[in-house]
Design a protein around this ligand. Structure first.
Ligand SMILES: Cc1cc2nc3c(=O)[nH]c(=O)nc-3n(C[C@H](O)[C@H](O)[C@H](O)COP(=O)(O)OP(=O)(O)OC[C@H]3O[C@@H](n4cnc5c(N)ncnc54)[C@H](O)[C@@H]3O)c2cc1C
Length: 448
């Protein structure tokens, strides 16, 4: 079907190489790689690919554990489309180039006295990549990053530029805010920010049964609650963060204490635990018990992004399920029984978070207040048996898998979990009828 000539190929395309994601769970060999620096180049690439029958996959920071960003067609890296496009100071809205990394935002937003309303555990992702998979943090009154989006501009399958806001093409907003990369190449994202704020953090070692017994209360009593449970122990590390005005007094961690806990204990010790766990698996319970006594007993107050985000230097693979918030205690007890029954040795703590219900069609929190249970394995360990068994438990609670984290669902099983699944496919048919933005992962989870 190709009528292309070498002359018609956009100059920004270079022969492809091997692409790998952060978790080393996925790799692919794109035929072409493009790093466009302006919208015109993106339009040219999409039109050329559509004409030649190639697919286009936009990648962010490659931090998804699934193959959602893998392609053997054209890999489009929008890393150069970054920074501030526009600021509406009166409304507290900032329009960002799609390739802007979340870690750039504190510097970008500081002059305007603004901040993101909520963040996840890390800030390496791009804004477009993060919203496209439903990246979230914790907080019973707060939604994921995509809920903070009030406008998106994208290049659709025929090379058209489409602006979607609350007033322009508004019916598409619940789809394009969290579009899995299936609806087009996002060029920019308009984010509703909030006045900059501090977080007062209280981190404590506690007992799992006690925390589960009053989980609903704990999850809603503070602005941002989460905990990590150390398998093979009854110990959890809880984090309870309370929002304070931006001009409240800061009492940040001492740099040495921060390095000791966040770098050495949380990451260095975890790396050691994983290594020991592989050489001498039976030592894992004792090591996990030691971990519960070493980490997570501190109080500090700092700028929101410095509290939300932590460094992650140990490479791992992850599966995360969203279930109704009220189901978290029962589901986690089942996971605990599973680990005990199977005799596995699990070094990584299991992370539990919450978010508010939201209206985005493919949000894992669509229409329900949600609890999240995330399981991890070191990237050198095969996670499949563990992840599949945990997934079976989560399916029993109507669990929805994070789009960027490992899972074993397909379009048939996912359709029943999302009331607007068919509506999303209809939007996909409209914006990308020829499936220029398809890849095998999207075909699996959305259908052909
Ligand atoms: C160490 C680590 C910690 C994490 N912590 C959290 C967490 O706390 N909470 C959470 O919810 N998730 C978390 N994640 C998952 C992560 O936030 C998501 O997988 C996120 O999508 C990664 O963003 P990215 O920029 O790397 O996107 P990629 O993984 O590169 O791409 C993800 C999707 O976005 C699409 N995309 C990217 N850019 C564009 C664009 N310009 N236009 C259209 N589509 C685009 C891609 O095509 C793909 O479909 C974590 C991942 C890691 C590795």
């Amino acid at each position: 079907m190709s009528t292309e000539t070498v002359e018609s190929r956009p100059g920004v395309l270079a022969p492809g190489g091997i692409w790998r994601n952060w978790g080393r769970s996925e790799s692919s060999t794109p035929t072409w790689i493009a790093r466009p620096t302006n919208v015109g180049e993106i339009v040219d690439i999409v039109k050329w690919a559509a004409a030649t029958g190639l697919t286009v996959k936009t990648v962010g920071a490659g931090h998804s554990f699934t193959a959602i960003a893998a392609t053997d067609g054209v890999l489009l890296d929008v890393g150069w489309i970054e920074g501030v496009v526009a600021v509406d100071e009166a409304l507290g809205r900032v329009t960002l180039g799609a390739g802007t990394n979340l870690h750039q935002l504190p510097d970008i937003l500081r002059p305007y006295g603004l901040a993101l309303a909520n963040m996840g555990d890390i800030d390496r992702q791009t804004i477009a990549g993060a919203i496209s998979t439903g990246t979230h943090g914790t907080g019973a009154r707060f939604g994921g990053l995509a809920t903070q989006v009030v406008g998106v501009t994208l290049v659709t399958g025929d090379g058209s530029i489409l602006r979607v806001t609350e007033t322009t093409n508004a019916e598409l907003l619940p789809a394009v805010r969290l579009g899995l990369g299936a609806l087009g190449v996002i060029i920019d994202v308009t984010v509703q920010c909030v006045p900059a704020f501090l977080l007062s953090a209280v981190e404590r070692p506690e007992k799992l049964d006690a925390v589960l017994a009053e989980f609903e209360h704990r999850a809603t009593a503070v602005d941002h609650f989460e905990f990590y449970w150390w398998p093979h122990t009854d110990g959890v590390s809880t984090k309870s963060n309370t929002r304070l005005p931006g001009d409240a007094e800061r009492s940040p961690l001492h740099p040495v204490g921060e390095w000791w806990e966040d770098r050495l204990l949380s990451n260095g010790a975890l790396a050691l635990m994983c290594t020991v766990g592989r050489i001498a698996p039976n030592a894992t319970p004792a090591i996990n018990r030691l971990a519960t006594t070493l980490v997570g007993n501190r109080d500090f107050t700092d700028h929101s992004h410095r509290v939300f985000v932590s460094p992650r230097t140990v490479r791992f693979r992850e599966m995360e399920y969203s279930i109704p918030r009220s189901a978290v205690p029962a589901a986690l007890r089942e996971v605990r029984a599973l680990i005990e029954d199977r005799g596995w040795r699990i070094s990584f703590p299991i992370e539990v978070r919450v978010t508010a219900a939201d209206p985005n069609w493919l949000s894992t929190a669509h229409g329900r207040d949600s609890g999240y249970i995330a399981v991890h394995r070191h990237f050198r360990d095969d996670p499949e048996e563990y992840f599949r068994a945990v997934e079976a438990i989560m399916r029993g609670y109507g669990g929805r898998p994070h789009w960027g984290k490992m899972h074993y669902h397909d379009a048939d099983s996912l359709a029943g979990l999302y009331p607007h699944f068919a509506d999303f496919v209809t939007v996909r048919d409209r914006l990308d009828p020829a499936r220029v933005f398809a890849n095998p992962y999207l075909t699996r989870v959305l259908g052909a």
